[in-house]
Write a protein that binds this ligand. Structure first.
Ligand code: HEM
Ligand code: HEM
Length: 159
C-alpha cells in the first residue's frame, strides 16, 4: 500500500472536520458545501496516484492486474471528474468573494486563490496529455501539479 492512501485519508478527515465546524457557525452554507464537493472530486482523482504507486510497489501479480483493471475502468471518468472539480471550486471562490469581498490579505483567501490557479493548470495539463501529447514529461508535470495541489489544499484548510 502507498503512503498516499494514508495522506489522502487524513486530508479527507481534516477537511470534513473543518466543514462540520464551518457549517455549525454559519447561517449560509452553499459556499462551504461547494468547496467540499470540489475538494472531494480532486482527492478522488488524486487517489489515482496512490493506486499507481501501489501497482509499482506490490509483488503479487494478481493484485497488480486487479488494480490496473480497476484504474483503467475509472479513466473515462477521470477527465470529467477533474474538470467538474475545477468548476465547483470556481463557484466556491465566486460565492466566497461575493460573501466576504476579495481580500488577498486573508491567508484563507490567498491560499484558496493559489490552490485554484494550481487546479486550473492541473486540469489544463491533463487535457494536454489527453488531446495533444502524453509522454514522460507531461506525466511528471501532471503528478507534480497534483502534489502541489495537495500541499496548497492542506494550507487552505490550516488557515
Ligand atoms: C479563490 C479561491 C478560493 C477562495 C477565495 C476560498 C475561500 C474560502 C473561505 C473564505 C472559506 C471559509 C468558509 C467559511 O467558513 O466561511 C473556505 C472554505 C473551504 N474551502 Fe476554499 N477557497 C478557495 C479555493 C478552494 C480550493 C481550491 C479548495 C480545495 C480544492 C477549497 C476547499 C475548501 C473547503 C473544503 C472549505 C471548507 C472547510 C473550511 O472552512 O476550512 N477552497 N474557502
Ligand atoms: C483534479 C484534477 C486531476 C488530478 C488530481 C489528476 C491526477 C492524475 C494522476 C494522479 C494520474 C496518474 C499519474 C501517473 O502515475 O501516471 C493522472 C493521469 C492522467 N490524467 Fe489526470 N488528474 C486530474 C485531472 C485530469 C484532467 C481534467 C484530465 C483531462 C483529460 C486528465 C488526464 C489524465 C491523463 C490522460 C492521464 C494519463 C493516464 C494514464 O497514464 O493511464 N487528468 N491524473
Amino acid at each position: 500500500m502507498s503512503i498516499w492512501f494514508l495522506l489522502n485519508g487524513a486530508l479527507v478527515i481534516w477537511a470534513a472536520w473543518n466543514v462540520v465546524q464551518s457549517l455549525a457557525v454559519h447561517s449560509v452554507h452553499h459556499h462551504i458545501l461547494l468547496g467540499f464537493a470540489g475538494f472531494l472530486l480532486f482527492i478522488f482523482n488524486w487517489t489515482r496516484n496512490a493506486v499507481f504507486a501501489t501497482i509499482r510497489k506490490v509483488d503479487d501479480r494478481a493484485v497488480k492486474i486487479k488494480l490496473a483493471r480497476f484504474s483503467k475502468k475509472i479513466m473515462p471518468y477521470h477527465r470529467w471528474i477533474g474538470t467538474l472539480s475545477f468548476v465547483l471550486i470556481a463557484l466556491h471562490a465566486l460565492t466566497v468573494i461575493h460573501l466576504y469581498g476579495f481580500n488577498p490579505g486573508s491567508m484563507k483567501i490567498l491560499t484558496g486563490l493559489l490552490a485554484s490557479v494550481n487546479l486550473f493548470i492541473l486540469v489544463l495539463s491533463g487535457w494536454y496529455s489527453q488531446l495533444i501529447r502524453h509522454n514522460l514529461k507531461s506525466r511528471r508535470v501532471h503528478i507534480g501539479l497534483g502534489i502541489s495541489m495537495f500541499i496548497l489544499t492542506a494550507l487552505h484548510l490550516y488557515f
